[in-house]
Design a binder for this molecule. Structure first.
Ligand SMILES: [Zn+2]
Length: 117
């Protein structure tokens, strides 16, 4: 027995439309991109966060992106306050975090929401 995806009414085998609400059977509703996860919170992109960490880690951009603002500011300040003398410290820190993010070792943002692809 099949059921209407819209109203849940029982459907006769082979029927094309729901007798109750008229929904076309078999016509799947288009799934919007960024399907609803965690009550509508759009997951942040693991790929974006990882690449930001690898390329812009010395500015803490990936941590700003993920919501780890304290860590992000630390990385940014290490670079800026040292006139970029110490920016390799932040850059390597960000690079490592970027790799951890891409490898799945860091897979949640600051609010604990899992990262998307
Ligand atoms: Zn129906």
């Amino acid at each position: 027995m099949k059921y209407c995806t819209n109203c849940g009414a029982e459907l006769k085998e082979g029927s094309e439309f729901c007798p109750k609400c008229g929904t076309k059977i078999g016509a799947k509703k288009p799934v919007s991109n960024g399907a609803v996860v965690n009550g509508g919170v759009q997951p942040k992109s693991k790929m974006a966060a990882g690449l930001l960490g690898i390329f812009l880690g010395c500015f803490g951009v990936h941590n700003f992106y993920l919501g780890f603002t304290g860590k992000a500011i630390a990385q940014l300040l290490i670079s800026v306050l040292s006139c970029f003398i110490l920016s390799p410290v932040s850059a390597i820190w960000g690079l490592i975090e970027g790799i951890l993010i891409l490898s799945g070792s860091m897979n949640v943002d600051a609010e604990g929401n899992p990262l998307g692809e």
